[in-house]
Design a binder for this molecule. Structure first.
Ligand SMILES: C[S@@+](CC[C@H](N)C(=O)[O-])C[C@H]1O[C@@H](n2cnc3c(N)ncnc32)[C@H](O)[C@@H]1O
Length: 289
């Protein structure tokens, strides 16, 4: 009987446990990302491209590069490689139904409305919010409405601002909205553009959610969906608490399907539906940061 030869897996780049731990520490400190040991093979395959792109042969050299102050672009490439930008129009539809049927009717008499799409990726979430507002509030144009949409990754923020999407992506929009607020791109075949009146409602910007926030709110609703899933528990709990501090009393927080609010923020937020939370009235002890 012949025995099969031992298989040796060949790795193009050396990636020791120590390299992985150093990388995980940096990702946690700078972006709040949690990288469990079990993610080592995934991290290797995602970052091997960056080593090739930078013509670097060793992970420890790549780590040294990330320490250089001028290498902010590479640090952003790192976060792009370690997270995903997957999104779509009206993803997790029930949140938009809650927005239209519960949140907005409660704000019917208010002129000022503020909503934040935190971790907006390429913008579909913010545009879905804007279209929901336009549909539900016929007088939207005469109110003081702003949607803030932020992401850590400048490349996706840029794409969000442009608001040009493949026709297949636009097909996720309800037909009436598609007709009312998108048009075929005059420049690029197979692309559709979001109408100016929708774009006008949104301010897109770069923001690392782990850093201090350069605004104070209060917001009537915050969408932070499928972002905190990458963070370790401590960072998540801190984030929920900061969101609670940014919400107006009675304001809503919408989070991703596999996320749950936990920790001290639960003193301020009550469950108000599937992955939906509402800030209790007159909550004490929640600091705005
Ligand atoms: C999967 S997308 C979610 C997009 C959208 N919220 C949705 O649910 O469809 C996750 C986004 O979170 C962003 N992200 C990851 N870490 C972040 C951080 N520390 N601060 C801000 N955005 C972050 C990523 O760049 C990415 O665009």
């Amino acid at each position: 009987m012949t025995t099969a030869p031992a298989v040796t897996t060949h790795q193009e780049f050396s990636f020791t446990d120590e390299d992985f731990r150093a990388l995980a520490q940096l990702a946690r400190a700078q972006f709040g990302l949690s990288l469990a040991e079990s993610k080592k093979p995934l991290v290797y395959s995602r970052l091997a491209r960056r080593l090739r792109a930078r013509n670097i042969c060793r992970f420890d050299d790549y780590m040294s590069l990330l320490d250089i102050p001028d290498e902010q672009d590479e640090r952003l490439q790192l976060i792009s490689a370690l997270t995903t930008n997957v999104t779509s129009f009206f993803r997790e539809k029930h949140h938009f139904q809650t927005l239209r049927e519960i949140v907005l009717p409660r704000l019917a008499s208010r002129r000022r409305l503020r909503i934040w799409s935190a971790g907006c990726s390429t913008g579909q979430e913010a545009y879905s919010i804007a279209m929901t507002l336009l549909e539900a509030l016929p007088d939207a144009g005469s109110r003081d409405i702003r949607i803030l949409a932020t992401d850590i990754d400048p490349a996706v923020v840029e794409r969000a601002k442009v608001g040009s999407y493949a026709v297949e992506d636009i097909e996720n929009l309800p037909a009436e909205m598609r007709r009312a607020w998108t048009r075929a791109s005059p420049e690029t075949a197979g692309k559709s553009e979001i109408a100016a009146e929708v774009k006008r409602m949104i301010s897109f910007g770069e923001l690392n959610l782990v850093d201090p926030w350069p605004f104070h709110g209060p917001f009537d609703a915050i969408f932070c969906r499928n972002v905190a899933i990458y963070f370790d528990q401590e960072t998540q709990q801190r984030l929920w608490q900061r969101f609670a501090g940014m919400l107006d009393d009675g304001g809503y927080l919408f989070i991703g399907h596999s996320e749950r609010v936990s920790g001290p923020a639960l003193q301020a937020l009550e469950t108000a539906g599937v992955t939906t939370y509402r800030k209790k009235q007159d909550t004490l002890g929640v600091t705005r940061t």
